[in-house]
Design a protein around this ligand. Sequence first.
Ligand SMILES: *Cc1c(COP(=O)(O)O)cnc(C)c1O
Length: 375
Amino acid sequence: MQRAEDAGLLRVRRVLSVDQLGSNQFEFNGKQYINFSSNDYLGLSQSATLIEALIDGAKRYGTGSGASPLVTGYSNAHHQLEHVLCQATGHEAALLFCSGFSANNALMKTLFDKQELVVADKLIHASLIDGLRDSGVNLKRFAHNDLAAASEMICTYQPQAVITESVFSMDGDCAPLNALYHQCQQAQSWLIVDDAHGFAVLEALGSTQATKADATNCDLQVVTFGKALGCQGAAILGTQKVINFLVANARDYIYSTALSPANAYVAHQAVLWCQQSQYAEQLVDVIDYFKLCCQQKQLNLADSITPIQPLIIGELAELEQVANQLREKGLWVGAIRPPTVPKGSARLRITLSLHHSKAQIDHLVESLSQALSSH
Ligand SMILES: *Cc1c(COP(=O)(O)O)cnc(C)c1O
């Protein structure tokens, strides 16, 4: 512990004031910032619809579930949310968790054991890695989004499962789900997709370069509610048989208080909002506008069509300088350092939301251009 402190590796938490500032601003140390580092891609966390839903949900169902799901914590609010998620994805059954981390972790350590082997993309999320480690499974990893390398491993090992993400959290790029699923079916391996950043986003992008995850291209899908859906919690989606197995064996599910029914209701309303609103075009416009502005300033963005737009800076010292220069101009952009990303690829992780205005994007790109040219 002391060694980490000495090496400057401790992380600080900043207290941000977000009271009544709307969806993409906050105040810190008396200064206002435009937020380009939130995963609230659709601005739902501050929307009137979801705020009303939380109040309604609490009035109807109460604020706490009062027990774990197998005792008395599983209510009609949860059941109905599972139902709309199944409808939205085509999976047979669903299981709710209080967070995506917990869902991923539980899924990995409950499904697999040390007699088995799984294959995973090099860049899958920490929650999956930790669960796999806990399971003792033999884990083989292929180079990020390298379909040929994945195929070769699938043929060689005939793994129990292949694990990837629909949209990668730090790179914003998408896995070739259809092709991977095809490979998996040939080898009788499951394809498991962490859809934390894809759900409600990929469908809107409707691009040929990216396929949304659903029952037609994966066996198990983990959807989280804390990103585009603007609330909290998560669900594992799959066949009734697998879900039944998890209900009986996933200790994180069995021994933890169920997601609050008010929160289940909010997530339910968020899913309905996504199905009923015409936000796709607006989201694509924001992303396209940002990319166009960057192109005009010759900023070298990574190849991403999603709201996650990384700008690789490389060295840590430069990253810190650029991030600080942006902050001086009232712009908050995530500075992502190793070990979250590979060494030498320290980056700005710019995330866009439906509610970023052209003026805000202009201000960001102009400031980025200045900051980078001064190095
Ligand atoms: C955020 C995230 C999770 C964890 O979800 P939480 O609901 O925030 O716990 C899992 N996987 C990926 C890829 C994520 O980005």
